[in-house]
Design a protein around this ligand. Structure first.
Ligand SMILES: Cc1ncc(COP(=O)(O)O)c(C=O)c1O
Length: 370
């Protein structure tokens, strides 16, 4: 049984290179320390309308935006509840995309899967073939943008174009760990729902999830007989339309941090942020190929999380420990029991730069004697 462990005051500060949470700017942390105000006060309307409209501007989308207290998993669940009457096709290629299928099963939906080995990417032509050959009219196709367990970036743009050929099928994308660090034109590729958690490439403290919702998705939910209460798109969007606030009490301090960080993100711009992340990913892959190998299928490597194949058989756990002890930097082991020691992962997202990533790779070289 778990015992209480006292929270102390003297933890050494560590630089985070895990696939989220990631580093948060000091002014963003400080923005949370404002006197509390009520979620039905005008101040809240100012705050919430600012972060929603700033998010639309940053993501360059005409679709609606919901910022909800919770983590990305909330939208994994509610997008199924809101949009799937019966049948859903879940593409799976690693732990998080499998979780999406599992969530849909637990909600009692009829789940069909298009499965890939961990490390492989979902291919648009396979999705097309599946949709063409299937007798089922799927309500939704799901896909993960960035499979954080394997470091695969799926071609969601091309998959979105394929799904768009089926007007009754909506496309739902889990973009946790990608959105904000990897450019995607949501409207151009008919992505009906795309969601993320703010503690990933948005580089904010955890506590909020962001979801971009198309008109078709909104209308599907309105026409359906059941939907999520808390994560219902209609409830959040109607409340926003009427009052510019959230339907229930949000994590106000994290929203204050969001407002501050969005200023930085708008100043940098989505494309420049994308470019900075592209350079970090390129650097990390080059380093990985020099010393180890990259786990993801070639051509589909993630721009925010590199999953590195431990070809040198280093002691991953001991290296993580040594880097943490000696350099106060934290990176991740491989995901779960399948990839635990076979791979390790570096999160190059949010506020990181090529220089800060290089500091980590130097530390790993030192600790693992590469
Ligand atoms: C691709 C992906 N989906 C979903 C999740 C779950 O996100 P959260 O823990 O914010 O609910 C994660 C978390 O790492 C993720 O990487």
């Amino acid at each position: 049984m778990t015992q209480k462990r006292e929270y102390k005051q003297d933890y050494p500060e560590k630089t985070l290179y895990i696939p989220g949470p990631t580093e948060v700017r000091e002014d963003v942390i400080e923005a949370m320390c404002e006197p509390m105000f009520g979620h039905r006060m005008d101040q809240m309307t100012d705050l919430y309308t600012t972060i929603v409209e700033d998010t639309k501007e940053f993501l360059d989308t005409d679709n609606d935006v919901v910022v909800l207290t919770g983590s990305g998993t909330e939208f994994m669940e509610s997008s199924i509840l809101n949009l799937v009457d019966e049948d859903v096709l879940c593409t799976t290629c690693g732990s998080f995309s499998e979780r999406q299928a599992n969530v849909a099963e637990r909600l009692g939906k009829s789940v069909d899967t298009l499965e890939y080995e961990w490390g492989q990417a979902v291919k648009p032509e396979d999705v097309r073939e599946k949709l063409e050959r299937s007798e089922t009219d799927y309500d939704v196709v799901t896909c993960v943008m960035n499979e954080s367990s394997t470091g695969v970036r799926n071609p969601i743009e091309e998959i979105g174009d394929v799904v768009a050929e089926y007007p009754d099928t909506l496309f739902v994308v889990d973009a946790v760990s990608a959105l904000g660090g990897d450019y995607v034109d949501i409207d151009e590729h008919d992505i009906d729902v795309i969601f993320t958690s703010v503690q990933k490439a948005f580089a904010m403290p955890p506590g909020l999830a962001v979801c971009v919702v198309s008109d078709d998705a909104y209308e599907r939910e309105v026409a359906s007989e059941s939907a999520s209460w808390y994560g219902g798109f209609q409830r959040s969007l109607d409340y926003y339309d009427r009052k510019g606030q959230t339907h229930s009490t949000p994590a106000i301090p994290v929203m204050l941090a969001y407002r501050e960080q969005m200023k930085h993100m708008l100043e940098e711009g989505h494309q420049s942020r994308n470019e900075r992340h592209r350079k970090m990913a390129e650097y990390t892959r080059e380093w990985a190929r020099e010393h180890f190998d990259v786990f993801a299928e070639a051509g589909y490597e993630s721009q925010t999380v590199s999953c590195i194949e431990n070809t040198q058989d280093i002691d991953v756990a001991a290296t993580i420990e040594a880097v943490s002890e000696e350099y106060d930097m934290v990176f991740s082991n491989g995901y779960g029991s399948t990839l635990g020691e076979r791979t390790f992962r570096i999160g190059h997202m949010g506020e990181h730069t090529v220089e800060s990533i290089e500091a980590l790779t130097n530390a790993i070289e030192d600790a693992a004697d590469l």
